[in-house]
Design a protein around this ligand. Structure first.
Ligand code: F3S
Length: 78
């Protein structure tokens, strides 16, 4: 029997300030409402082919409003 992973993303509406980075990274997973804030498409389920985009969206929201599969460490500077 194979194990099925069910990854989801979620936008915290209280935190979202409309930066739209999530949508720019993964328009397949997010949409923008008429106020410019993000919400997930459908129930937020992340197909395997979009997992990396989901992680990027989580890590690139400046308000930490996108919750998702895994929070990767953020590296500043360069
Ligand atoms: Fe909102 Fe963050 Fe996306 S502020 S529009 S959830 S990048």
């Amino acid at each position: 029997m194979s194990e099925q992973r069910k990854l989801k993303v979620h936008v915290d509406a209280q935190r979202c300030q409309g930066h739209n980075r999530c949508y720019a990274i993964a328009p397949e997973l997010f949409e923008i409402d008429n106020l410019g804030n993000a919400k997930t498409r459908g129930d937020g389920s992340v197909p395997a082919r979009l997992e990396e985009k989901a992680r990027l969206a989580v890590n690139n929201c400046p308000e930490h409003a996108v919750r998702g599969p895994r929070q990767l460490p953020v590296v500043f500077g360069g």
